[in-house]
Design a protein around this ligand. Structure first.
Ligand SMILES: Cc1ncc(COP(=O)(O)O)c(C=O)c1O
Length: 424
C-alpha cells in the first residue's frame, strides 16, 4: 500500500524515529561510524521491552513450572501469555504453539517423530532454495529408506521451479518441506499454492518461516499448512524457536519424550525445561509488534489486527529501501546479483539481497564494510543447496545484505557508497 493510500484510510506510515528508540543497541559506534545493522537475516536486534521482560522474569518469576507457589505460578502465567501472543502472531490456537531451542532442533525432533511412521520407499520433497535446517532433518530419514526428492530452482532469478516441484510430488510423497522465504536470495515462495499441491497428493506440508517472519504476516489458518516453524530471534525476540502444528497432528504423532512429562498439548512437544526467560521475551516481542501496529492504525481492535497493521507499515518501508538498494547495487562495477531485481516483482521477494563482486571475496567485502560500521554477512548462511547450485560454494559464497524495519535509507546509501569504494 502506498503512503497516500494508508493516510487516506486514516492509517499512518512507520514512525522510524520511534522504532529506532525502541532498540538501544542501534546506537553502537564502530571506528567513529554509527553502526548500520544490515545483518538481520542472521538475527535481529532486540527491543528494550524484550530485554526488560527477560530481566523481570529472572528477577520476579524465576522458577520451574506448575508449582504451588508464587514464582512458579507467575512462570506459568508468563508462558501461557507468550503462547497466546504467538497464537495471535501466527493466527492459531495457543495450544498449537510449542517452544524450543531453535528451529533446527525443533525440526530434527519433529522429523524423528514423523519419520517413525514412515517406511522405506516413502518420499519427502525438499528444495534447492532452502536453509539446511529444512533439508538435513528430513535427509536424516534416508537412514530408514525414505527417499528425498529435491526441487530445482530457476537460476536466473532464484525462484523455485514449480513445474519441477509438481513432478517431484508423487503418490509416494508423505511430506513436502519448503521455506516461506529464502535467507540468501530473499525469494518468497508460493507456500499457499504448494500446500494445496501437497494436500492433493495426501502429503503433509512443513513450512520453514524463519526468514519470512520479520518481513510479512503469517496466517497458518489461511495457508492451511500442517506445520510451520520460526525463530523469534529473527523477529526482534530472544534466541529461541517456535513450532506451529495442527492440533490433530500434535496429538497423533508421537514425539520422543520422557514418561513423567504430560502427554497433553503443548507439553508433549516441549522436552525438558525451557528457556523461560526467553519465552517471556517472545511474548513481549509479539507485543512490540502489536504496539507498533496500534501506532500505525489506532482503529486496530485485536492484537492480531494490530500485528497486521504493523506489517503493512514495515513492509512499505522495507520495499522503499529495497528499491533504492537494488538500483544502487546494479550500478556497482563488476557486481553479480542473485535473485529477483525487477521492482514490478517485489511482491515475490523480501528485503534480503545477495551479491558477489568481481574484486575480492565476500569475506573481504564484509570486512571492508565492517571496518566502516556496516554489518553484513558473507558465506553460505547454511543455504548450502543454493550456494552449490549457484556455483559459489567453493568461492566464499556471497555477500548478504538484509534490511528490516529499523534500518534507514541513509544506511542503504552508506552501504552503496562503501561498496562503490571497495569495487574501485
Ligand atoms: C531460512 C532459515 N531457516 C532455518 C534457520 C535455522 O534457524 P535456527 O537458528 O532457529 O535453528 C535459519 C537461520 O539462519 C534460516 O535463515
Amino acid at each position: 500500500m502506498s503512503t497516500a493510500a494508508m493516510t487516506e484510510a486514516g492509517k499512518k506510515p512507520l514512525d522510524l524515529a520511534w522504532v529506532r528508540e525502541q532498540f538501544p543497541s542501534l546506537k553502537l559506534e564502530v571506528n567513529g561510524h554509527p553502526a548500520a545493522f544490515l545483518d538481520a537475516p542472521a538475527g535481529t536486534q532486540v527491543s528494550k521491552r524484550v530485554m526488560d521482560a527477560m530481566r523481570d522474569y529472572l528477577l520476579n518469576a524465576n522458577a520451574n513450572t506448575c508449582g504451588a507457589f508464587l514464582t512458579s505460578q507467575r512462570t506459568d502465567a508468563i508462558i501461557a501469555e507468550a503462547r497466546e501472543a504467538m497464537g495471535d502472531f501466527l493466527n492459531c490456537n495457543a495450544e498449537e504453539i510449542s517452544f524450543g531451542q531453535n528451529m533446527t532442533t525443533i525440526t530434527f525432533a519433529l522429523a524423528r517423530a514423523i519419520g517413525r511412521e514412515m517406511k522405506a520407499g516413502d518420499e519427502i520433497v525438499v528444495t534447492t532454495l532452502d536453509h539446511d535446517a529444512n533439508v538435513a532433518p528430513w535427509r536424516a530419514l534416508e537412514e530408514k529408506g525414505v527417499v528425498i526428492r529435491q526441487v530445482d530452482i530457476h537460476e536466473e532469478d532464484c525462484t523455485l521451479d514449480i513445474e519441477d516441484l509438481k513432478r517431484k510430488i508423487t503418490e509416494k510423497t508423505r511430506l513436502v518441506a519448503v521455506g516461506y522465504a529464502s535467507n540468501l536470495a530473499g525469494t518468497i515462495n508460493p507456500v499457499g499454492e504448494i500446500t494445496k499441491l501437497a494436500q492433493a497428493a495426501g502429503a503433509l506440508m512443513f513450512i520453514d518461516a524463519v526468514h519470512y517472519a520479520p518481513h510479512g504476516a503469517i496466517d497458518v489458518k489461511a495457508l492451511d499448512c500442517d506445520f510451520l516453524a520460526c525463530s523469534p530471534y529473527k523477529f526482534f525476540g530472544p534466541h529461541m524457536g517456535t513450532l506451529y502444528g495442527k492440533k490433530e497432528h500434535l496429538l497423533r504423532f508421537r514425539p520422543y519424550k520422557v514418561r513423567p512429562a504430560p502427554d497433553t498439548l503443548p507439553d508433549r512437544w516441549e522436552t525438558g525445561t525451557q528457556v523461560q526467560e526467553g519465552i517471556a521475551g517472545i511474548g513481549t516481542a509479539v507485543e512490540y509488534f502489536a504496539e507498533l501496529g496500534r501506532r500505525c492504525d489506532p482503529t486496530a481492535k485485536t492484537r492480531r489486527e494490530a500485528i497486521l497493521a504493523a506489517y503493512r507499515a514495515t513492509h512499505e518501508h522495507e520495499m522503499e529501501m529495497l528499491e533504492e538498494l537494488i538500483a544502487g547495487l546494479l550500478e556497482v562495477p563488476g557486481l553479480t546479483f542473485y535473485g529477483i531485481r525487477d521492482v514490478k516483482r517485489f511482491g515475490e521477494r523480501c528485503s534480503t539481497v545477495s551479491v558477489r563482486l568481481a574484486k575480492g571475496t565476500p569475506t573481504d567485502a564484509a570486512r571492508f564494510l565492517g571496518e566502516r560500521g556496516i554489518f553484513s554477512w558473507d558465506g553460505n548462511f547454511y543455504a548450502l543447496n543454493l550456494t552449490e547450485r549457484l556455483g559459489v560454494q567453493d568461492k566464499g559464497g556471497v555477500l548478504r545484505i538484509g534490511l528490516v524495519h529499523y534500518n534507514t535509507r541513509d544506511e542503504v546509501r552508506r552501504l552503496l557508497a562503501a561498496l562503490r569504494e571497495f569495487a574501485r
